[in-house]
Design a protein around this ligand. Structure first.
Ligand code: F6P
Length: 542
């Protein structure tokens, strides 16, 4: 029988504490050791979680909750390759892809280290040829561009990480990502390119995803329209998929198909051949640093006691806000231009994993699960939506992420960026009282009457929670560790909510319904949709 978080005595205790007032300013004033106590370092990453709506008592209870939950058992099951994705009868073993090879990695009696090594060898061979410019296209010209076609987990990870690691790019090959079925994407991608110097990768675990297939067909047609024959296409098209048959039927040579395994979920697949674009841009040794960083975080997650376990801490804070304090959103605010795609990546990771309303046995949940993840790179948001963070009645916990060492020489820019990052967390936490706002207005020479009118508009309630994560620098190693940190946070929350974080049945309905609508839009007779959909189809088609 599974552990019921919500009926446990420790949770009831937390519910009682959630009703008590808690003022962060006062907590800091009363406890000089608070910042130090609620800060830890793991894999070189610092997490300051002192600006959260917790007291020592609340925190101890949250840790007890994790202790009483089946977390240790489920974590051990995941790292052992057990089939914890029960609704799809699959293992969840992305951590094996970043473990040093040669260990004991046996799944259903099959030693998978050899398969992983072979996949890496194939990847590295192609990467080395492309980077040495010895892989020639069908006209004998050097390959200068790579089009990566995929969507969701087959795109967001490599795209986000490629952006994040821009300064580490050592490849002469330019990478272009194509995901959306909006034809503007593929049209724009191919426009400046020449098929003779372009390699194409079709990345799809299922090789059945409509967007990816449609975009792959369009790019293949672009090759044909430019005079490429079957042999040319065979030379220029590669794939990574677990559906070798479908990839072969599409016309991709079996020697050009890199494997994906059903024990790697799409949104956890960055570490597989889905990471090929990264490996290409970084070169093999820097790519291995990314894997090493993720592996270091895996080891931390496995070994650190719960009270010093960074993914567990982030997960418990999230559960406290969602289920204890009723927060529905979580902002992710990287103070790093290069990390600007991280919120989109974590959106899929978190919301597709934990946006569920039944437990692992299929029974309805009474409590909310995943938050709405949103955000963008700082300081941009400060001139836009931070207004709501500071002064609205909503409490939106925010993770601020800042690399300490910049990847550029503009040191003063970096000091200002860091100052804004820290100032935001400080402002959210301490706010501005009416007395402070009144004094501020009066200091400008305003009368008492004028101050009384303006000051209320300047009040910030404060008490708004945030975490601050400091990375020594945005290198492949620390990025790997950061991604694994969020992966494991999501895992821990899934355990506490007793859900399967590794399926995504919710995305299927929209896919199913689009087929008959497409049939009507493309000229086939079929009706029986709801009145709104019928009307939209009619207006679109007239
Ligand atoms: O539609 C959701 C989803 O299945 C994601 O989970 C997955 O990452 C994405 O589509 C792409 O799937 P595939 O790699 O099979 O094309």
């Amino acid at each position: 029988m599974s552990f019921d978080v919500w009926s446990s005595a420790v949770w009831q205790n937390l519910v009682a504490q959630a009703k008590l007032p808690l003022n962060l300013r006062q907590e800091f004033a009363a406890d000089p050791a608070r910042a130090e106590r609620f800060t830890l370092e793991a894999c070189g990453i610092t997490l300051d979680y002192s600006k959260n709506l917790i007291t020592t008592g609340i925190w101890q209870n949250l840790l007890q909750l994790a202790e009483a939950s089946p977390l240790a058992h489920k974590r051990q099951q995941m790292f052992a390759g057990d089939k914890i994705n029960t609704s799809e009868n699959r293992s969840v073993w992305h951590t094996a892809l970043r473990a040093p090879l040669g260990g004991d990695l046996t799944l259903d009696g099959v030693e998978i280290s050899a398969e992983i090594s072979q996949c890496h060898a194939q990847m590295y061979d192609l990467v080395n040829q492309l980077n040495a410019q010895t892989y020639l296209g069908y006209t004998g010209q050097v390959i200068t561009d790579l089009i990566w076609i995929g969507i969701g987990g087959s795109l967001l990870g490599p795209q986000m990480a490629a952006e994040a690691l821009t300064p580490y790019n050592i490849s002469p090959v330019k990478i272009h990502f194509a995901g959306n079925i909006d034809g503007a994407v593929v049209s724009d991608v191919v426009k400046p390119l020449d098929p003779a110097t372009t390699l194409v990768f079709v990345a799809s675990k299922s090789f059945g995803t409509e967007e990816t297939k449609q975009n792959a067909l369009a790019v293949r047609q672009w090759f044909i329209d430019n005079g490429a024959d079957k042999a040319a296409i065979a030379r220029h098209f590669w794939a990574t998929s677990s559906n070798i048959k479908a990839a072969a039927e599409f016309g991709i040579e079996s020697s050009n198909i890199l494997p994906m395994w059903d024990w790697v979920g799409g949104r956890y697949s960055l570490w597989s051949a889905i990471g090929f674009p990264l490996c290409l841009m970084l070169g093999v040794s820097q790519f291995n640093q990314l894997l090493a960083g993720a592996h270091a975080m895996d080891q931390h997650f496995l070994q650190a006691p719960l009270a010093q376990n960074m993914p567990v801490i982030l997960a418990l804070l999230g559960v406290w806000y969602i289920n204890g304090l009723g927060c529905q959103a979580q902002a992710l605010l990287p103070y790093s231009h290069y990390l600007r795609l991280l919120p989109s990546y974590v959106q899929q990771l978190d919301m597709e994993s934990n946006g569920k309303s039944v437990n692992i046995d299929g029974d309805a949940l009474n409590e909310a699960t995943a938050p709405v993840i949103w955000g963008d790179a700082g300081t941009n948001g400060q001139h836009a939506y931070h207004q709501l963070l500071h002064q609205s009645a909503l409490a939106i916990p925010a993770d601020f992420i800042l690399p300490i060492k910049p990847a550029h020489d503009l040191q003063d820019h970096h000091l200002r960026l860091a100052a804004h990052c820290f100032a935001q967390t400080q402002a959210l936490m301490q706010g501005k009282t009416l007395a402070e706002a009144t004094a501020e207005v009066k200091a400008t020479g305003a009368s008492d009457e004028q101050a009384a009118i303006l000051a209320p508009h300047k009040v910030s309630p404060g008490n708004k929670p945030s975490n601050t994560l400091l990375l020594p620098e945005l290198s492949p190693f620390y990025l790997g560790a950061l991604i694994a940190l969020y992966e494991h946070k999501v895992f821990v929350q899934g355990v506490l909510w007793d859900i399967n974080s590794f399926d995504q049945w919710g995305v299927e309905l929209g896919k199913q319904l689009s087929t008959p609508i497409y049939q009507v839009l493309s000229g086939q007779q079929q009706h029986g949709f709801d009145a709104s959909t019928e009307q939209l189809i009619a207006r679109f088609s007239r």
